[in-house]
Design a protein. Structure first.
Length: 162
């Protein structure tokens, strides 16, 4: 099992030792797409969601999730985040709208923030669903993925959309 980084010499799970890694500026951008109905889009635009503004609540939940990632994902290291910011964009689709939720997470550290970005955007999408399900239970949380990451030994990564 020695070729696996998260297993010790006895074959048991372990958290990787990152103490020897360089501290660098690290960023990660992740996005999630949610398909919604025309009815829900109009309700959000008119401020008619009974639980409140779903984008504001989703953003707050996403920030909280980024900070709690190491509590949720067993082998993630606690990271001192230095920035978490969201953007929300609606696009008309053939059967309604698509809401794209994107988050950028930053830190100076010796491990990356990809999991924090993915956790943040996933929880933001789930929170949007929770806030809006009374209007549209047919929402679909579609693709969620890492868009890019910078910093660290492995260098930069950009998702190939081709």
């Amino acid at each position: 099992m020695s070729e696996f980084t998260h297993w010790n010499h006895e074959g048991r799970p372990k958290m990787v030792d990152i103490s020897g890694k360089d501290v660098t500026k690290r960023t990660a951008i992740a996005k999630s797409v949610v398909s919604i109905s025309n009815e829900l889009y109009e309700a959000v635009q008119r401020g008619q969601i009974k639980k409140g503004d779903p984008l504001q609540v989703a953003q707050i939940a996403g920030v909280m999730a980024a900070k709690k990632t190491s509590d949720l994902i067993p082998m993630c290291h606690p990271i001192m985040l230095q920035g978490t910011d969201f953007s929300f964009d609606y696009q008309k689709s053939s059967d309604g709208y698509e809401l794209t939720i994107q988050v950028t997470v930053k830190c100076q550290g010796n491990t990356g923030v990809e999991m924090e970005a993915l956790t943040a955007v996933s929880v933001a999408a789930l929170t949007f669903y929770d806030m809006c399900k009374a209007v549209d239970k047919s929402m679909v949380i579609k693709e969620t993925h890492l868009v890019q990451k910078t910093g660290g030994k492995s260098g930069d990564y950009f998702h190939d959309y081709s």
